[in-house]
Design a binder for this molecule. Structure first.
Ligand SMILES: [Zn+2]
Length: 130
């Protein structure tokens, strides 16, 4: 007799190895805030403790940790982070909230929307929630 397998909820905040790999590929291993090469930290835009998901649309690759680099800056400056779309209040869909993201291709920040497939699309909207 087999036990039923508990399915991982799609709302899980866990970042799987596959998602982590896709996140690094999307960002070309560079911090999505400052562009620094070698970033390896996954930042949840809707915080994991607030049921933020471990999906490409809710994650950013950032340098530093909870207290250093851009991850630290996001943590220590919540109003700024919110205005840039780096943090999204619970109840909002992060895929619909524009964010300022460093672009390796244009060598400057641009405002984009990122969906759960990891596709990055420039937008004319302002960053953050309206
Ligand atoms: Zn950075």
């Amino acid at each position: 007799m087999t036990r039923p397998v508990r399915q991982r909820q799609s709302s899980s905040s866990t970042v799987t190895q596959a998602v982590r790999r896709d996140l690094r590929e999307r960002a070309l291993h560079c911090c999505e805030v400052c562009g620094k090469y070698g970033a390896n930290n996954a930042h949840h835009r809707v915080n994991a403790s607030q049921r933020g998901r471990g999906t490409l649309g809710n994650l950013m690759l950032v340098c530093g940790s909870g207290t250093t680099g851009c991850h630290g800056r996001i943590t220590m400056h919540p109003q700024w982070a919110k205005s840039q779309g780096y943090t999204v209040p619970p109840g909002y869909e992060p895929c619909d909230v524009p964010l300022v993201r460093w672009s390796r291709f244009i060598g400057a920040p641009e405002v984009v929307l990122i969906n759960d497939r990891g596709e990055v699309n420039p937008t004319d909207r302002s960053p953050g929630i309206p």
